[in-house]
Design a protein around this ligand. Structure first.
Ligand SMILES: Nc1ncnc2c1ncn2[C@@H]1O[C@H](COP(=O)(O)OP(=O)(O)OP(=O)(O)O)[C@@H](O)[C@H]1O
Ligand SMILES: O=c1ccn([C@@H]2O[C@H](COP(=O)(O)O)[C@@H](O)[C@H]2O)c(=O)[nH]1
Length: 293
């Protein structure tokens, strides 16, 4: 049976129990683990802030995230990077599967990506990316702040992440035209070494974005959780607008007062969830084979 059918069969047919020991789902082959996703959020959204960063391939999501990391102390988790790392990890059960999906510009089954993200979040929360200076405050006492880049790309991922990992705060939608994205990706492709930065894969990725990922943006937009930024201008200009958007929505912004900035900040309309949810029970600190740090 193909690996993905196996994942789906086990995932959908067996109801794992919670206990103090990490739950396991029997796998057909010994040593092979199947991603298990709980039915309640593992992380408490009153402490852990999750911002989804969406946009077409090459729109500039990663570029903006890098800057935000420096100024706001976010942990930046790129779903694509996590998948590529898992693909290259010796012994990964999902390596071949991920490789095929990425080359075809298709969305890897959500069980794999959601579990990789959950694991990476857990690692950041136990080893905070910022440990000194004013931004370290955001990583104390179980708190954390994440930019989840290039995710969710499909509705099932969006719903599952909110249900099983953490309720997201809002979506930063980095948007430009396919013409601009194509130029940027072909240029990046000269040095990126990415198997999907070529014309054939790019066209497939564009199609997947329009057909599969835009419905996710529309879903959050209907719930007034989308901030759209035009990423056609130079990266510095885009970043100025991104900063304003972030400052308007983070509950405790401006976070980098004291650093030089001419932007006028407001703290109105925070849309980060404030209702405490259940913290992660010990039994849910289940780690599968995926992306172990
Ligand atoms: N505003 C901009 N103006 C010009 N070039 C840009 C801009 N933003 C990003 N770039 C360049 O475009 C390329 C794609 O940017 P980036 O990697 O940030 O996009 P991305 O949305 O994360 O892409 P992907 O989803 O494919 O990973 C990079 O080479 C980057 O340097
Ligand atoms: O949630 C996700 C995110 C990404 N993918 C696959 O990875 C590639 C590359 O993603 P980038 O964000 O451009 O690095 C994407 O085309 C998908 O094939 C995914 O399956 N699920």
């Amino acid at each position: 049976m193909p690996v993905i059918d196996k994942i789906k069969e086990v995932f959908h047919s067996k109801k794992p129990h919670r206990s103090d020991t990490a739950p396991t789902i029997p796998a057909e082959n010994e040593g092979e683990a199947t991603p298990y996703l709980p039915t309640e959020p593992v992380f408490d959204d009153s402490k852990v802030i999750v911002i989804f960063v969406l946009g077409g391939p090459g729109a500039g999501k990663g570029t903006q995230c890098e800057r935000l990391v420096k100024d706001y102390g976010f942990a930046h988790l790129s779903a694509g990077d996590l998948l590529r790392a898992e693909q290259d990890r010796p012994g990964s059960t999902y390596g071949d599967l991920i490789k095929d999906y990425i080359r075809e510009g298709k969305i890897v089954p959500m069980e794999v990506t959601v579990k990789l993200l959950e694991n990476a979040m857990r690692v950041s929360l136990s080893n905070p990316p910022v440990t000194s200076g004013p931004l370290a405050e955001h990583w104390k006492n179980g708190k954390g702040r994440f930019l989840i880049d290039g995710f969710p790309r499909k509705m099932d991922q969006a719903l599952k992440f909110d249900e099983a990992v953490c309720k997201s705060s809002f979506v930063l939608f980095i948007n430009t035209t396919e013409e601009v994205m194509l130029v940027r990706l072909l240029e990046r492709g000269k040095t990126s070494g990415r198997a999907d930065d070529n014309k054939e894969s790019i066209v497939k990725r564009f199609r997947t974005f329009v057909e599969t990922s835009m419905p996710v943006v529309d879903y959050y937009r209907a719930r007034e959780k989308v901030v759209e930024i035009d990423s056609s201008p130079p990266a510095d200009v885009v970043y100025d607008n991104v900063r304003v958007a972030i400052d308007e929505r983070l509950p405790d912004s401006p976070t980098y007062l004291g650093q030089s900035s001419s932007t006028t900040f407001t703290t109105s309309t925070p849309i980060v969830a404030t209702t405490p949810s259940q913290s992660a029970p010990a039994g849910l600190t289940h780690q599968v084979e995926l992306g172990q740090a």
